[in-house]
Write a protein that binds this ligand. Structure first.
Ligand SMILES: Nc1ncnc2c1ncn2[C@@H]1O[C@H](COP(=O)(O)OP(=O)(O)OP(=O)(O)O)[C@@H](O)[C@H]1O
Length: 253
């Protein structure tokens, strides 16, 4: 049985009559790593905002594990198992890398209990495991404020994973990163994809090529096409919507 993890049907979001999302249909299976791309203004951020409940649609349905999300508020949808990483890292700068992970994983505890070491062995293990996964063991005990931008991005992805969501939404994780940091974040997402369902929105085509298996292209609020990176990059409609760009420019972007 192919039960969908996320199923979006006939979704429309209007802002004063302008359709930022226009009759969009989209679905994801559990365990998928999906990348959503599209030119500026295609509706990518609005699409994520609707999934997390930040924006309510004008029409259509959003189902997560078969449950209709529309009646629920953002915090309730987060509790159902949808975790979101925003473009700008939101880590606690005065806490260490380890403490940031411990705080995020401490679902039923006070922040202070987590920081003061009142954690179980399993939790400590998972923090240790996450430090290794995000490649920040050597920087576990320095304030997160001293991490580079790329390291902060990796830490925040680790903090998201610490909350054990069933679906990770990751919004432009490599914006402003160096090439090396971009590759590191890509490797991290690929490692996490082994046992997580992940939806990434991204502009950076080089990065998309590094991580993408299935790509969904948005244009004017609708799905233009879906397929492997090779399939979408050679689709004439995709080349055309990256306005004024030749095929080789799209490949390079
Ligand atoms: N709150 C709003 N009110 C009015 N128009 C909006 C609002 N939010 C988004 N839009 C418009 O909807 C369209 C889609 O915006 P959205 O931010 O979702 O696109 P995007 O694909 O994320 O773009 P970018 O890649 O530039 O971030 C844009 O034309 C934008 O100006």
């Amino acid at each position: 049985m192919n039960a969908k993890l996320l199923e979006i049907s006939n979704l429309t979001v209007s802002f004063d009559g302008f359709k930022a999302i226009n009759d969009l249909n989209f679905s994801m299976l559990p365990g998928e790593l999906r990348v959503v791309i599209g030119p500026n203004g295609a509706g990518k951020t609005t699409f994520m905002d609707v999934i997390t409940g930040k924006t309510k649609p004008t029409q259509g349905t959003v189902k997560f594990k078969g449950k209709n999300l529309l009646p629920y508020a953002e915090h309730e949808i987060a509790r159902f198992g949808i975790g979101r990483k925003f473009q700008t890292p939101r880590v606690y700068l005065n806490l260490s890398t380890r403490e940031n992970l411990a705080v995020s994983g401490a679902r039923n505890k006070s922040v202070w209990a987590a920081i003061l070491g009142q954690s179980t062995k399993a939790e400590r293990h998972s923090v240790a495991g996450l430090l290794a996964t995000i490649g920040l063991e050597a920087k576990a005990d320095i304030p997160a404020g001293l991490l580079s931008h790329g390291e902060k991005q990796r830490l925040e992805i680790g903090m998201l994973v610490a909350q054990s969501p069933d679906l990770l939404l990751v919004d432009e994780p490599v914006a402003g990163l160096t090439d090396e940091e971009t590759v590191n974040v890509g490797e991290l997402l690929l490692a996490l994809a082994a046992d997580h369902s992940i939806l990434v929105i991204e502009h950076d085509m080089e990065f998309v090529r590094q991580i993408a298996r299935q790509v969904t292209v948005l244009h004017q609020g609708s799905v233009l096409c879906e397929g492997t990176m090779d399939q979408v990059q050679s689709d004439p409609r995709v080349i055309e919507v990256y306005l004024g760009q030749t095929e080789s420019e799209v490949m390079k972007e």
